[in-house]
Design a protein around this ligand. Sequence first.
Ligand code: MG
Length: 187
Amino acid sequence: MRIGYGFDSHEFRAGIPLKIGGVELPHDKGLGGHSDGDVLLHAITDALLGAIAAPDIGVLFPPSDPKWKGADSAVFLREALDRVARSGYRVSNIDSSLILAAPKIGPHSADIRGRVAKLLGIDCSCVGLKAKTPEGLNLENAAVAHVVVLLEQTSLSTKIPASPKVREKRGTRTGNNAGPIKNKKKR
Ligand code: MG
């Protein structure tokens, strides 16, 4: 098993759509950013990448690259999921906390959980979502997301075939350290 943690924050800006968890919410402001500013999908993406010790979202999809301008953040999530699968893992469950003053997330919680579950290929019952207001944090014009994910190992058949050199190294790994993720070179 592997655990991953992701955090993200975006500032509200007038006149753009608000997308959280892949769902467009009715509000007079949206979240600014190079992509669609989906703070929750970004935090989930980073949690998935962190769980397999992959480069983070900013490295894989740099804001300096015009290719990602206005991008649907589901694209980032799919790439992270693909990397998780290629590393020999699948998502077991996720839990998340959103911190924002408005809009109220409660009425949209089921939609967001459903969309996130669909994107991750897991059941709604495996997607936790809490929303808090930023009491005492002075964050009235920002949205923040914290996410943890748990990954479980898939069967050996789904893993990328390792090079002979890597296979040889893996053969020496035992117990809880035995896993499909390629070891970094020892210095
Ligand atoms: Mg972001």
